[in-house]
Design a protein around this ligand. Structure first.
Ligand code: ADP
Ligand code: MG
Length: 479
């Protein structure tokens, strides 16, 4: 079904067309058909949104924090009440299997709920600066914050980036990705419905080069949260630096999933599939895209993995298969290109790799075995259902291989040897270490990268630090 009404920008509590009057089309990647028309935000619209945020900021930060928190709680509840509609919309816009979209919507609600609880618990310290002073710190909001959001977890990342910003007393201008703009607008609408004041939560869809760059370079934006590719992150950081605007970057990964012979191999097998195929068709920054397998179990583990991978169902997200289509034609072509690169580097994939003769941006779950860690398919982020398998012989080599990439987002180990797991956690350079479960953690656990995977932390209480600045107040006692 085609929906042809234009989805307008949310600025200052109203849904408005772009200043230019232009719109763009978002597509359903399962059918390649247009899904909706969306107002195409650009510089003028970002200016309006930032201005409205600036006006809303003083009142929002001065609102009793428990009241701010209560609004966040109400938003969380209203998102949950609407989960059926929101998950279907997310599936249509992004392509992901319906049950995964549902988990993302629930996650979005959970972020608002989690940060609702901290709104009235953000406080500073008192510092014992000798008898003659009274010294204390306060944590203050940054002001107007911009959230530049990618297409892989559209609604979930609205929660992850906007909820801590608002809880800490900032206002938000969110810029969803041009491939998947619809769910962010819906969350903004629900926020209005539950009583958020106009201008506190703006949503300006548009293309990266105009709406995104306008937000990153806006002199009246006081903080930027960016999630996306390394190259775009570098551009965003450069733009923000011209105004000395703080940025945190959550970029890509080429994360090692390390399986030892002493692991529970059934668990490792299930988690390996979840890590690269069973979650958003591998379009996840924290995908387990490099499987490092000990030589002793390599053959038996890989045989089972191939068997299970070949059985994964592929289909339109709305039918809730194991693997849905990729988000766009561009992403499809990029991933197919890497399959060709893999073929030239290491030969035929041991499963998958066929070009499918069907509508929709479907890519078969694909595995390349006997990959050398120096190859491009072991070093570069593919962002699709393509797994590179590298063999290792002992702990030293596993750790060396795990670290031998430019990225450092996550790393996982499967073992029942506690000492081995602790050593891995100590010696591997990544922002998250998973032991015996991939994607272990929750909204409560800090998330972010080492090395080229970025800096700054989202999720957990750490996110509040990214969204506040510290003021020290020092009194001299002169009597
Ligand atoms: P991809 O290349 O897979 O689309 P990006 O990292 O480019 O991923 O996109 C992530 C987000 O960054 C999207 O919201 C996109 O619109 C935005 N974006 C892209 N280019 C720029 C840019 N030059 N400045 C600011 N934001 C951008
Ligand atoms: Mg779409």
């Amino acid at each position: 079904m085609m929906e042809k009404d234009t989805h307008n920008l949310l600025i200052n509590g109203e849904f408005v067309p772009a200043a230019s009057g232009e719109t763009f089309t978002t597509f359903d990647p399962a059918t390649e058909e247009p899904l909706a028309e969306v107002a195409k935000g650009a510089q003028d619209d970002v200016n309006r949104a930032v201005e409205s945020g600036r006006e809303a900021f003083d009142k929002w930060r001065a609102m009793p924090p428990e009241k701010r928190g209560r609004l966040l709680t109400q938003l969380a509840e209203a998102i949950r009440d609407d989960i059926d509609r929101l998950s279907e919309l997310e599936t249509q816009d992004n392509g992901k299997p319906l049950s995964q979209a549902r988990a993302d919507v629930e996650g979005c609600a959970r972020y608002f709920e989690y940060y609702a609880g901290i709104a009235d618990k953000i406080h500073g310290n008192s510092i014992p600066l000798t008898h003659d002073y009274t010294d204390y710190t306060v944590r203050e909001p940054l002001g107007v914050t911009g959230q530049i959001i990618p297409w892989n977890f559209p609604i979930n990342l609205v929660g992850r980036t906007v909820a801590p910003a608002l809880a800490a007393g900032n206002v938000a201008v969110a810029k969803p990705a041009e491939q998947t703009p619809l769910s962010a607008l819906e969350v903004g609408k629900i926020a209005l419905d539950v009583g958020f004041p106009p201008g506190v939560f703006n949503v300006v869809p548009g293309f990266g080069a105009d709406a995104g760059a306008a937000l990153a370079s806006h002199p009246d934006v006081n903080g930027i949260s960016f999630t996306g590719s390394v190259v775009t992150g570098q551009q965003v950081a450069k733009l923000a630096t011209d105004n000395v605007t703080p940025v945190h970057l959550e970029l890509g990964g080429k994360s090692p999933n390390v399986v030892f012979p002493d692991a529970d191999l059934d668990v490792a097998l299930n988690e390996t599939i979840t890590a690269i195929f069973g979650t958003n068709a591998g379009q996840v920054c924290s995908a387990g895209s490099r499987l490092l397998v000990h030589e002793e179990i390599h053959d038996v583990f890989i045989d089972k993995l191939v068997e299970r991978t070949a059985e994964l169902s592929l289909g339109a997200g709305i039918d809730d298969p194991a693997v849905g289509p990729l988000v766009s034609i561009d992403q499809y072509e990029k991933v197919q290109k890497y399959v060709d690169i893999g073929r030239s580097e290491v030969g035929e994939p041991i499963v998958g790799g066929d070009v499918l003769d069907r509508k929709g941006y479907f890519v078969e779950p694909t595995i390349f075995d006997d990959v050398d860690n120096d190859m491009r398919i072991a070093q570069e982020e593919i962002f699709g259902p393509v797994l590179s398998v590298v063999e290792f012989k002992d702990d030293d080599e596993a750790i060396e291989l795990a670290n031998d990439v430019d990225y450092g987002l996550v790393a996982g180990i499967f073992t029942t040897d506690v000492g081995r797991a602790h050593r891995f956690a100590r010696d591997v350079n990544a922002g998250q270490i998973y032991v015996n479960e991939w994607f272990a953690g929750g909204v409560e656990t800090p998330f972010g990268g080492y090395k080229q995977s970025g800096f700054g932390r989202e999720k957990g209480l750490e996110a509040i630090e990214s969204y506040t600045q510290v003021k020290n107040v020092c009194f001299k006692i002169d009597r």
